[in-house]
Design a protein around this ligand. Sequence first.
Ligand SMILES: [Zn+2]
Length: 94
Amino acid sequence: MTAAHTHNCAAVGCQKQVPLNLLMCMEHWRMVPAPLAREVNKAWRIRDRGEARTLAYQAAVAAAVKAVEAKQHRKIAERSGGQGDLLAGDDFGI
Ligand SMILES: [Zn+2]
């Protein structure tokens, strides 16, 4: 596999190289909710049939990236559970 046939995983902060016909590495693609994954695949197949389709594909990709990002944030929050990092605001200071 040469670099010309791969691109970075679309997930935020992921540097994994994936084939051009895949949006994300398997790890992140599995985090995309199934209906959204279907939408991305469908939009990918018809993405070059006009500007509206291209935009629809980009919107589906953006939604998938967002869904993965939200899941990752939740994971991080769960892992640091009890540390209070995300809830610190009100309990400190006064
Ligand atoms: Zn990835």
